[in-house]
Every structure is written in structure tokens, then in C-alpha cells.
Design a protein around this ligand. Structure first.
Ligand code: HEC
Length: 109
């Protein structure tokens, strides 16, 4: 029984973590044109209070956008911006920003 629960939980976890490359990067690039003035070129933000989107998992980005759109996550700006986005546009723009790879280095180095 315990094994069965473990297997079921693992399958669920893996299912949730598996990359769902549902979005279309090229279509996402055109949606992203209305995001980069705040979130930065290719989603690398230089604006205080505005997070970078580049390199974040597409599933995470898509979930945040749906939560903004559906009013489950509250932010005056993003609630307005996400409101008109369709599910396809959310998946596409998420795939666009998720395609970038971020390299870490310490500040000032
Ligand atoms: C006018 C500025 C502005 C524009 C334009 C804008 N955003 Fe945002 N966005 C923000 C701010 C500010 C936040 C931080 C919200 C918070 O603190 O909860 C944010 C947060 C987000 C987050 C959550 C990131 C995280 O790490 O949790 C996502 C995803 C996002 N924006 C996607 C988009 C997309 C996609 C577009 C274009 C369709 C867009 N934004 C356009 C200002 C903007």
C-alpha cells in the first residue's frame, strides 16, 4: 500500500515537474513585445520591483500568468496585463521567456 502511494505521488510529482513545452516560441515572441518595456530585453529586468522572466520554467510563468488573469495572484499592473491573454498566448509567451538560459555570477565580478 505504502509503495503504491509512493509510486502514485512520484508519478504526480514528475508529471507536475515535466516540462510541458506546449507553447510556440515564435508566436510568443510577438506577445512578448508588450512585456519587455518592463521585464527587459529578452526578459532580463533592470527595473526595480519587476522580476526577470528569462530562464524561468515555462510552467511556472504560465501558472503565474493564469493566476494574475484569474485574480488569484494580485498585482495592479499584471492583473490588467494578463486579463486579455488567451491560454495559447500565455503558453506561447511563457515558452518564449523560458527558452533563455541564465548564467550566475556574483555581483561586481
Ligand atoms: C508596466 C510594467 C509591466 C508590463 C508591461 C508587464 N509586466 Fe509582468 N510584472 C510587472 C511587475 C511589477 C511584476 C511583479 C508583480 C508582483 O510583485 O507580484 C510582474 C510580474 C510578472 C510575472 C511573475 C514573475 C514571477 O517571478 O513570479 C510574470 C510571469 C509576468 N509579469 C509576465 C508578464 C508578461 C508575459 C507580460 C507581457 C504580456 C508582462 N508581464 C508585462 C510589470 C509588468
Amino acid at each position: 500500500m505504502k509503495t503504491a502511494i509512493f509510486i502514485a505521488a512520484s508519478a504526480l510529482y514528475l508529471g507536475l515537474c515535466a516540462p510541458v513545452a506546449a507553447g510556440d516560441v515564435a508566436a510568443g515572441a510577438s506577445v512578448a513585445q508588450s512585456c519587455v518595456m518592463c521585464h527587459g530585453e529578452k526578459g532580463l529586468s533592470t527595473m526595480a520591483g519587476t522580476p526577470s522572466l528569462a530562464g524561468q520554467p515555462d510552467l511556472y510563468l504560465a501558472n503565474q500568468l493564469r493566476d494574475f488573469r484569474d485574480g488569484k495572484r494580485h498585482n495592479e499592473v499584471m492583473n490588467v496585463i494578463a486579463k486579455p491573454l488567451s491560454d495559447a498566448e500565455i503558453d506561447d509567451v511563457s515558452a518564449y521567456f523560458a527558452q533563455f538560459e541564465i548564467q550566475l555570477k556574483k555581483k561586481g565580478k
